[in-house]
Design a protein around this ligand. Structure first.
Ligand SMILES: Nc1nc2c(c(=O)[nH]1)N[C@H]1C(S)=C(S)[C@@H](COP(=O)(O)OP(=O)(O)OC[C@H]3O[C@@H](n4cnc5c(N)ncnc54)[C@H](O)[C@@H]3O)O[C@H]1N2
Ligand code: MOO
Length: 459
């Protein structure tokens, strides 16, 4: 039973963000307490008040939406993942190993000098051979006791070498005999064959993300190509008649922010972007684009809500797609959706409001693409919020933050239609329903260019 004056869940879901903020301020008992950053107010249609009640109740809680997206990518006999392929080293950055990296050679593959100096045999002084040993050159004759040869770092040490004497630790007398200026330890500055690995040793397991260092190790270990999970192919379909691809906004037309933003972001999430198509608000063109694409994942932008030209739901119904997520209890971005359009193909519907699209990207596309690309899940982490953040009563909020020391600082300009906050952000804070007080530990979603910065996002 509902207490007099209290709002029911359904009524509260009907609140738009401005109303929710007002409600929190009016009620001193409601969290969060303390000062609240002056978030820019949200304008336009924020709420679900225009949507039919049965639609609202299908909205999935935010954490569950993410696990649904992961599960969808895993379902089926071998999951929806593409079969492993052999990829040349220079194209493998950001992929995941589908076979262990096993050494094809000993490393080093021969006994090597670790320093520039002389290879020596037995105790000094030594007579020095006329011809030196350079890296990459033919093997030298064995040394005999009392003999030395000039040697470069990385050169093969001649057979029967007992030590390498660094240039700075040797001097020649007037008869051109070489003396050590200090103690010479047997084996010093020789890298023995197989010191790092033997042929057949496993260097890295299946599932390793291919970083620049992995590419370097693979090359050193004899590989020309790697067996890897290919990037899932993604077509981006940008909906909306109001969008310009260049110049200044005019006459009610605005610049398309998502067409330029999504491809590099999707690549950072492990995808290969195979096409970016501008569809307009044309149901037939959307149907054609969806049914003729052979991408693994279609990402649409806009057209997810219930307006007269919102064609995503009708198109999914027309092709008999299975809606796995139809609305998420998250602000911004709640009309986002995930559908299975055939056994191994998916459609992620991102809302048109740009920050709402980012929210959909990180809530649905990130887990889906991560599993399809066989990337490891990032370790969840949390930091205290420096300032309190108002929450929605029932929905999670994603709020751009910068990381300063051990704190996350919420940014202004976090309205659904704004990119100003996220463009300056290091991460998105996951603010639970009800909000967060200053100092509260809050889960953070890293942005791909902020996390470790290995640059896979820019490939
Ligand atoms: N009756 C309802 N109206 C709205 C609801 C609702 O539940 N019922 N939800 C609101 C929320 S929340 C959001 S978010 C938006 C989502 O709308 P759509 O996904 O249908 O997107 P559009 O209507 O096409 O566009 C919304 C907004 O975003 C601008 N936009 C679209 N594409 C781009 C782009 N590529 N670059 C920059 N800006 C873009 C577009 O011009 C609109 O201003 O719906 C609310 N309404
Ligand atoms: O306002 Mo809507 O929550 O998705 O951006």
């Amino acid at each position: 039973m509902t207490a007099p004056g209290a709002r029911t869940d359904e009524e509260a879901e009907d609140l738009d963000v401005e109303e929710v903020l007002a409600l929190v301020k009016e009620n001193p008992g409601a969290p969060p307490g303390g000062p609240v950053p002056a978030h820019a107010p949200h304008h336009g249609h924020q709420g679900t008040s225009h949507r039919p009640a049965e639609h609202r109740h299908r909205a999935t809680p935010w954490p569950e939406a993410r696990t649904t997206a992961e599960r969808a990518a895993r379902s089926g006999s071998r999951g929806a993942r593409r079969a492993p392929v052999s990829v040349p080293l220079d194209a493998a950055l950001g992929l995941t190993l589908a076979a262990p990296l096993t050494a094809l050679t000993d490393l080093p593959s021969f006994d090597t000098s670790a320093m520039d100096g002389w290879a020596v045999a037995g105790p000094g002084p030594w007579s020095v051979r006329a011809e030196g040993a350079l890296a990459g050159h033919a093997e030298q004759e064995p040394l005999t006791d009392g003999e030395a040869v000039r040697i470069a770092t990385g050169a093969r040490v001649p057979p029967d070498t007992t030590a390498v004497l660094r240039t700075e630790h040797g001097r020649s007398d007037d008869k051109d005999r070489l003396h050590a200026t200090g103690e010479v330890v047997h084996g010093q500055d020789i890298r023995p064959r197989g010191q790092e690995c033997r042929t057949g040793d496993q260097l890295l397991p299946v599932g390793t993300l291919v970083t620049p260092a992995v590419i370097g190790l693979a090359a050193a270990a004899g590989y020309d190509a790697l067996t890897a999970v290919p990037r899932p192919r993604v077509d981006v379909l940008v909906l909306g008649d109001e969008l310009l691809t260049e110049g200044l906004p005019h006459d009610g037309l605005i610049r398309d922010a998502l067409g330029p933003m999504l491809p590099p972001w999707l690549r950072a999430l492990g995808a290969e972007v195979t096409a970016v198509r501008r569809i307009g608000d044309d149901a037939e063109a959307l149907h054609r684009a969806v049914t003729t694409s052979d991408a693994d994942v279609l990402v649409t932008t806009g057209g997810t809500a219930a307006g007269p030209v919102d064609h995503v739901h009708p198109t999914l119904r027309r092709i008999g797609a299975e809606l796995l997520v139809d609305g998420v209890k998250v602000r911004p971005g709640h009309p986002m959706l995930l559908a299975r359009i055939s056994e191994r193909r998916f459609l992620v519907g991102l809302p048109g409001n740009p920050l709402a699209a980012v929210s959909g990207l990180l809530t649905l596309a990130e887990p889906l693409l991560r599993v399809l690309a066989a990337r490891p899940a990032p370790d969840p982490y949390a930091l205290p919020l420096r300032d309190g953040v108002h929450g929605h009563p029932y929905d999670t909020r994603l709020v751009p933050v910068v990381l300063r020391g051990d704190e996350a600082v919420p940014l202004h300009y976090n309205g659904p239609a704004m990119l100003r906050g996220i463009a300056a952000a290091d991460a998105l804070a996951v603010v639970p329903p009800g909000g967060a007080r200053p100092g509260r530990e809050t889960e953070l979603l890293d942005l791909p260019w902020a996390a470790g910065g290995i640059g896979v996002c820019f490939t």
